[in-house]
Design a protein around this ligand. Structure first.
Ligand code: NAD
Length: 479
C-alpha cells in the first residue's frame, strides 16, 4: 500500500476534506491482479444477475443522494441543485444499464446454407481501466462502470485527484449494493503515476478515459504498444447560435445555464455565443444584466447561483484567458476578475465573464478555457453562424435558438458535433442516448445508451452447422 498521501480540498473554503493514498505502479499492479482473477468468475455470472446488482445500486444511490450531493458541493464546489443532478444522472444510468442485463441483444440471421444457424453474441473483454475527471465526480464513474459491469468486465478505477472522496463513496456504495469483492477496485493518486501505470499495464486491455485533449493524446500513445481499446471523451468549445428570429429571453436563459452552470466547468459548456446581427445588441445587454445578478458563493447556501472553480491552477488559467482576450482586442463586457469580497478569497471564485465583439479565430473563441467565460460573436446569416460554430478543433455539443424550422433542420444536419440542441442550451444530455463528440473531442466511441455496450464488449459470430456433412460457404451454394 502506498505510504505517501495527498489531500482533497474544499474549493469554496480551502479547507482539507481528507487525505488519500498516493498510489504508484505497484498498487496498480496489485489491483489489476485481483481484477484479472475476479474476472474469471464474474464473466460467468448471468447478465440478468449482474443487472440486478445495478438496480440495487441505483436504489442505494437514491438513499444516499442527499449525502453525496452535500459531499459534492464540499469537495468539488457544484451548487446544491447541480450536485443533486450529478447524482441523479448516476441513478438513471444504473437503472438503465441494469436493464441491459436482460437485453444485451445480439443478432440472429438466416444462413446461405441449409441446416445451419448463425448468431452474434457480446463477450466481455476483461479488465477495464477507467480514468475519470473531477467535474462530474459521480456521474462519469457511473457512465463508465455501469456498462462495464453489466457486460461482465471487472474494473480498476483511477479517479481525479481533486475528488477522491466522492469516488471512494461511489465504490463503497457499489459494495453495499452487493457487488462481489474484486469486481471494482479503486486506486487513488496522480495521473502521471497511478493513471500512467494503469494505461500501460499489459493485463488491462480496455482504457476508458475522460479528461483533457492533451492527456487523451498521451493516453492513446501509451496504450498503443499493447494495442488496447481506448475510449476518449475529451474537451469542448461549444457554441450556442441565436438567430434573428429567436425568442431572446429563452436564449438568455439557455446561455446563462450553459455558460455559467458548474462555473463553466462542463465539457458541454457554452463558451461561444454566435448571434444574428439584428438581435446582437438586445441579447448582449440582457445577458450582461442577468449575468451581473448571479450570486457567487458556497454552493451549500440556498441562493447561490455560481460556485467556485476547482483549484488555484484553474483560477489562474481562467484569468490568463481574460488577459489573452483583452490582448486580442475583444471587449470585456463583465467579469474578468478573481472574486475576493465577502470571504470568497478563501476559495477559488471567478466572476462570470463575457467578451463581446469576438472574432471566431481569436484564442478565446478557439481554446477550451473550462471556466465561467463566454464569447459573443456576430453572424449575418445561418451559413456564417454554422461556419463559425464548426471552426474549432472540438465537436462535442452545439445549439441553435430559432423559430424557423428550416434553419433548425439545417443546424441539425450541418453542425459538426456529437450533440445538437434546438431551442435549449448546450447541456442536458440524458442517459439513454449516445454521448460524445466528433473531431478532437474523442476517437469515435460513445458513452451512454446502447452505443456504450459496443466499447465494453467484443462481438463474437457463431455458426452452427446441423447438416451432418461438410457445407462450404460461398462455394456449395454458388450457382
Ligand atoms: P485531465 O486530463 O487533467 O485529467 C483527467 C484524468 O486523467 C485525471 O484522473 C488525471 O489524474 C488523469 N491523468 C492525468 N495525466 C495522466 C496520464 N499521463 N496518464 C493517465 N492518466 C492521467 O482533465 P481534468 O482537468 O480532470 O478534466 C477536465 C477536462 O475533461 C476538460 O478538457 C473537459 O472538457 C474534459 N471532460 C470531457 C467530458 C466528455 O465527456 N467529453 C466530460 C467531462 C470532462
Amino acid at each position: 500500500m502506498a505510504s505517501a498521501t495527498f489531500e482533497s480540498l474544499n474549493p469554496s473554503t480551502g479547507e482539507v476534506i481528507d487525505s488519500f493514498p498516493r498510489s504508484g505502479a505497484d498498487d496498480v499492479a496489485r489491483a489489476v491482479d485481483i481484477a484479472r482473477e475476479t474476472w474469471e468468475s464474474w464473466r460467468l455470472v448471468p447478465a440478468p444477475e449482474r443487472g440486478n446488482i445495478l438496480f440495487r445500486f441505483a436504489q442505494v444511490l437514491e438513499q444516499h443522494k442527499a449525502e453525496l450531493s452535500d459531499l459534492m458541493t464540499r469537495e468539488m464546489g457544484k451548487v446544491k441543485a447541480e450536485a443533486g443532478g450529478d447524482v441523479q444522472e448516476a441513478i438513471d444510468m444504473s437503472y438503465y444499464m441494469g436493464g441491459e442485463g436482460r437485453r444485451l441483444f445480439g443478432q440472429t440471421t438466416p444462413s446461405e446454407l441449409r441446416d445451419k444457424f448463425m448468431m452474434s453474441v457480446r463477450m466481455p473483454v476483461g479488465v477495464v481501466g477507467a480514468i475519470t475527471p473531477w467535474n462530474f465526480p459521480i456521474a462519469i464513474p457511473a457512465w463508465k462502470l455501469c456498462p462495464a459491469i453489466v457486460c461482465g468486465n471487472t474494473v480498476v478505477l483511477k479517479p481525479a485527484e481533486d475528488t477522491p472522496k466522492l469516488a471512494q463513496r461511489f465504490v463503497d456504495l457499489l459494495q453495499e449494493a452487493g457487488l462481489p469483492e474484486g469486481v471494482v477496485q479503486i486506486v487513488h493518486g496522480f495521473g502521471e503515476e497511478a493513471g500512467d501505470a494503469l494505461v500501460k499495464h499489459p493485463d488491462v486491455p480496455v482504457i476508458t478515459f475522460t479528461g483533457s485533449r492533451e492527456t487523451g493524446v498521451l493516453v492513446t500513445k501509451n496504450a498503443a504498444d499493447e494495442l488496447k481499446h481506448v475510449h476518449l471523451e475529451l474537451g469542448g468549445k461549444n457554441a450556442i447560435i441565436v438567430m434573428d428570429d429567436a425568442d431572446v429571453d429563452l436564449a438568455v436563459d439557455g446561455i446563462l445555464w450553459s455558460a455559467f452552470g458548474t462555473s463553466g466547468q462542463r465539457c458541454t459548456a457554452a463558451s461561444r455565443v454566435i448571434v444574428g446581427s439584428k438581435v446582437y445588441e438586445p441579447l448582449q445587454s440582457r445577458l450582461v444584466e442577468r449575468t451581473e445578478q448571479l450570486k457567487l458563493g458556497y454552493g451549500l447556501e440556498e441562493d447561490v447561483d455560481v460556485g467556485p472553480v476547482i483549484n488555484r491552477a484553474a483560477l489562474e488559467k481562467i484569468h490568463s484567458y481574460t488577459e489573452i482576450g483583452e490582448g486580442e482586442g475583444a471587449k470585456l463586457l463583465t467579469g474578468g476578475e478573481i472574486a475576493t469580497d465577502n470571504g470568497l478569497d478563501k476559495g477559488f471564485f471567478y466572476r462570470p465573464t463575457i467578451f463581446g465583439d469576438v472574432d471566431p479565430q481569436m484564442r478565446i473563441a478557439q481554446e477550451e478555457i473550462f471556466g465561467p467565460t463566454t464569447a459573443l460573436i456576430r453572424a449575418t446569416d445561418i451559413d456564417e453562424a454554422i461556419r463559425a460554430a464548426n471552426s474549432v478543433e472540438f465537436g462535442l455539443s452545439s445549439s441553435i435558438f430559432t423559430r424557423d424550422v428550416n434553419k433548425a433542420f439545417r443546424a441539425m444536419r450541418d453542425l459538426n458535433t456529437g450533440i445538437t440542441y434546438i431551442n435549449a442550451g448546450t447541456t442536458g444530455a440524458e442517459v439513454h442516448l449516445p454521448f460524445g463528440g466528433t473531431k478532437g473531442t474523442g476517437n469515435g466511441h460513445r458513452e451512454a445508451g446502447q452505443a456504450a455496450l459496443d466499447f465494453y464488449t467484443e462481438w463474437k459470430s457463431i455458426y452452427v452447422d446441423y447438416s451432418g456433412k461438410l457445407q462450404r460457404a460461398q462455394i456449395d451454394n454458388a450457382e
